[in-house]
Design a protein around this ligand. Structure first.
Ligand code: F6P
Ligand code: MN
Length: 321
């Protein structure tokens, strides 16, 4: 039986990073427990607050955010945290080496219907900079020392990378330990599956309109394949499917809200998923460049996302040329 600690030690990950990752995992186990209790834990339904993006928060979003924030603030290696649910970065320990960035509960519209949600996390070095300042966090995804997600589905899974491939762990409900269940997961390079919110079609840019139109033509169209479509409406679940069985996931730029280039957030969703996908042999692009090479300008910045199976993402990107 191999736990994340064993694998991190094998990969020569420092004790301070290991302890930071462990703190995230301990918080995720508490979140898993609350989700399993469902309506019995009295945490479903909307909280009165709206989050910084103006969306109504579910109570469990708030609770998950607070759990992660409180537990990470107690970890001596954490200099500061940034959360999708917090307006501003939260400084923690002046001597901490790491910044932990997270989406505490991705896909939160799924909570009340008992469908998969997840915690997405990304860890950056603090480089001794002031963790109360947004600028300290504005590092490209290439600087990530760890990225991962915990998927709360029929089983609770941890999918994680420290830059040495992607490993998958399953939470044993008896021992409460994550146990390695798939080492060095790889995304198949070709696919016939795509994930996109088709209801936004009329708002997309022309290249994505053309690409999806060609996919819909199946074997009679220029792509000469019959595609299947899947959409869970939780990025964490849609990306997990792709890591398991290939596919292409897109939340492209659209013209609904001109000040928001895409729905997903670069720091909390784009960067960690891009690192995982790249470490598993896939590609993650914003249609112009690799997501990991984007220099962030704002902590809550949005990003168009096209990621997944290498060959298929290359086909999608060829429509932009
Ligand atoms: O975090 C935003 C998010 O919930 C993602 O997890 C998901 O991919 C997307 O929004 C779903 O968007 P839509 O409501 O357009 O289906
Ligand atoms: Mn999210």
């Amino acid at each position: 039986m191999q736990t994340p600690k064993h694998i991190l030690a094998q990969n020569n990950v420092s004790p301070s990073l290991t302890s930071t990752i462990n703190t995230v995992l301990n918080a995720s186990k508490e979140i898993a427990l609350l989700l399993q209790k469902g309506a019995m834990s009295g945490v479903l339904g909307s909280a009165e607050q709206e989050n910084v993006q103006g969306e109504t928060q579910k109570k469990l979003d708030v609770i998950s955010n607070d759990l992660l924030k409180d537990m990470l603030s107690e970890c001596p290696h954490v200099a500061g945290i940034a959360s999708e649910e917090e307006d501003l970065p939260v400084p923690a320990n002046a001597d901490g080496e790491f910044l932990v960035i997270f989406d505490p509960l991705d896909g939160s519209s799924n909570i009340d219907i008992n469908v998969t949600v997840g915690t997405i996390f990304s860890i950056l070095p603090s480089n001794g900079n002031d963790a109360s300042q947004e600028a300290t966090y504005l590092q490209s995804g290439r600087n990530q020392v760890c990225a991962g997600y915990v998927l709360y589905g029929p089983s609770t899974l941890l999918v994680m990378t420290t830059g040495q491939g992607v490993d998958v762990f399953t939470l044993d409900p008896i021992s409460k330990e994550f146990v390695l269940t798939e080492a060095q997961s790889k995304i198949t390079p070709s696919t016939k599956e795509f994930a996109i919110n088709m209801s936004n079609q009329r708002f997309w840019a022309e290249p994505i309109q053309n690409y999806v139109a060609d996919m819909l033509q199946g074997e009679e169209g220029p792509l000469e394949k019959r595609y299947n479509m899947r959409w869970v409406a939780a990025m964490v679940a849609d990306v997990h499917r792709i890591i398991n069985r290939g596919g292409i996931f897109m939340y492209p730029w659209d013209k609904r809200e001109p000040n928001k280039p895409g729905k997903l957030r670069l720091m909390y969703e784009g960067n960690p998923m891009a690192m995982l996908v790249e470490q598993a042999g896939g590609i993650a692009s914003n249609s112009e460049m690799n997501i990991l090479d984007i220099q962030p300008e704002l902590i809550h910045q949005r990003v168009p996302v096209i990621l997944g199976s290498k060959h298929e993402v290359e086909v999608a990107l060829s429509y932009y040329n």
